[in-house]
Design a binder for this molecule. Structure first.
Ligand code: GLN
Length: 534
């Protein structure tokens, strides 16, 4: 079988949803039992996302294999319902560091090392080695940024070269603005973008158009003309009720046929797969019920910091036939006495992950409210740590108990740095990362939620529950529901009296539309029961 590739490029501006397009193309091919895998290129010179600020760059996504990758990997996994690996993530940082290491070890003796051909060859070798290792039917390469950026120019050049010797279909995503909702759609920006692409030596095979209203025929025809394509290769990607509808929307326009033809596959549509997907997306469109969930976090100003959490709520909402209305509550706003009034109408509260002291007292207030008022509660990573602190302070009477991350001088370090983390000075890839197994005790809410006593979830943290206080907390009523036996770490805690679960893990990272995170489905069920009570 010859190797087959799709390269997804963006024109004009970022943030158009290239990740959703890439995921939808792969999903669409999966409906034909064509095994496609994503590769993502990011032009930044960081080695990976681990050292980036979630408040600027969005969530750092973590894979089972401990890789800290771009949040687009979250999209891929949520669409594909597959665990991916870190070697599918190529960054400018990884490429340059490999190249320079090679140069230092004499790999190019006598030569002057250049972007072309050395770096471009490195990229091609990298792509081919991923293909050989994973042996998919198609590799779908998403190029971060837009055509014309300096950061990705060498990567795009390598794709141009690659296409001269390989089977490559180029898909490009563009933006078609209209001056107001009823105004005419303007194709001039796309014309300019296409010219830039052609200048780079690449002719698109498909152009996908982001717009607020459905793509007009006139606009479609004009874009087809400027990209040397038939109108059937200019595809609408206008605002929809959910990104998960995109694979179906592409199929409705015949993009499946176009790509299968270009890639020379004669596979038949697997109707069952498509129908199963359509059943779930319909639940998102027409939910029977709704619940109101408050997310009390410290990065609520940038919703992408909580991308996986937001999606896990969509998945578990669909599973429970309920629309989840999210109320984003900046935790610093809960630090005065009036905080209960801000939490009153919620059917459930989540305190998600985070780093540093700012906002943690507000989180603790929200947790206290949830416990005392029996509002269903989920604490994720930092949320579980603050749940521990709240219990220590307000139930066990440990005054000013805290995590040593927030207050290194506290008398009660109920959350403390993991022993082996103490000596680590290097940054990036050094936290407790990736998938860890956990044993859930019988007769706990967590065990019931997972319908299993042995689970695996992903982690990204440095601090942990301090076992020194375990007995005191248990004696006071806190349930220690889950333990990592190998390292003797507390991974799940619970309240006895109401639905309140805290986990040191990030179960939201493994939630998929077809396989929602069990902890979230149980939480939404409890929140829904509470909304019915009221
Ligand atoms: N800051 C905490 C720690 O490092 C929690 C991390 C998180 O929420 N991901 O342990």
């Amino acid at each position: 079988m010859p190797q087959k590739y799709i390269v997804v490029l963006g024109l004009l501006l970022s943030g158009l949803g290239k990740g959703a397009v890439t995921s939808s193309i792969i999903k669409m091919l999966d409906f034909y039992d064509v095994k496609a895998l994503p590769v993502k290129f990011d032009g930044y010179l960081n080695y990976d996302c681990g050292t980036m600020n979630p408040y600027r760059h969005g969530e750092v996504f973590v894979l089972d294999d401990k890789s800290e990758v771009d949040m687009d990997f979250g999209l891929y996994e949520r669409f594909l319902n597959k665990n991916l690996t870190g070697d599918l993530s190529i960054t400018g940082g990884k490429l340059f560091s490999k190249l320079i290491n090679k140069e230092r070890s004499g790999g190019f003796l006598g030569e002057d090392v250049q972007i072309i051909p050395h770096l471009t060859n490195e990229i091609i070798d990298n792509i081919e080695s991923v293909y050989k290792k994973k042996s998919p039917d198609v590799l779908v390469i998403e190029v971060g940024g837009t055509v014309g950026d300096i950061e990705n120019s060498y990567f795009i050049e390598s794709m141009r070269q690659f296409a001269t010797t390989h089977d490559v279909t180029f898909v490009c995503l563009t933006y078609v603005p209209a001056l107001d909702v009823v105004g005419e759609q303007k194709t001039k920006p796309t014309q300019i973008g296409l010219r830039q692409l052609l200048q780079a030596g690449i002719s698109p095979n498909v152009v996908i158009c982001r717009s607020s209203a459905p793509l007009e025929k006139k606009a479609r025809d004009k874009i087809a003309l400027f990209s040397n394509l038939g109108a059937e290769r200019v595809i609408d990607d206008s605002d929809d009720y959910t990104i998960y509808h995109l694979p179906q929307h592409f199929i409705e326009q015949g993009l499946d046929k176009v790509l299968l033809k270009d890639l020379r596959f004669d596979n038949k549509l697997n109707k069952q797969k498509l129908n199963e997907w359509a059943t779930i997306t319909k639940k998102i469109k027409e939910p029977k019920e709704s619940v109101r969930i408050g997310i009390v976090g410290k990065y609520t100003g940038l919703k992408d910091s909580y991308a996986s959490l937001r999606e896990a709520l969509i998945h578990s909402g669909a599973f429970n036939n309920a629309r989840v209305n999210i109320e984003w509550i900046e935790s610093t706003s809960l630090e005065d006495k009036n905080y209960p009034s801000r939490l009153k109408n919620l059917n459930g509260i989540i305190v998600p992950g985070g780093f540093g002291k700012r906002g943690t007292e507000g989180m603790i207030n929200a947790i206290r409210y949830a416990r005392e008022e029996k509002v269903p509660f989920l604490g994720l990573c930092l949320g579980m740590q603050m749940m521990t602190v709240e219990y220590a302070r307000n139930v066990c009477g440990m005054k000013n108990a805290n995590s040593s991350e927030m207050d290194p001088k506290t008398k009660y370090k109920v959350i403390d740095i993991i022993e082996w983390q103490k000596g680590i000075k290097k940054k990036g890839g050094t936290m407790r990362l990736g998938a860890y197994e956990c044993i859930l005790a019988k007769d706990t809410k967590s065990n019931t939620a997972y319908s299993s006593g042995r689970i695996s979830e992903r982690h990204r943290h440095r601090y942990e529950f301090n076992n020194k206080y375990r007995k005191a907390m248990e004696d006071a009523g806190l349930v220690i529901a889950g333990i990592n036996r190998k390292d003797n770490l507390v991974e799940f805690i619970e309240w006895k009296e109401s639905f309140g679960i805290g986990t040191q893990a990030h179960p939201e990272l493994k939630s998929r539309l077809e396989n929602p995170a069990p902890l979230f489905t149980a939480f939404i069920k409890a929140a829904h029961a509470r909304s019915a009570d009221k």
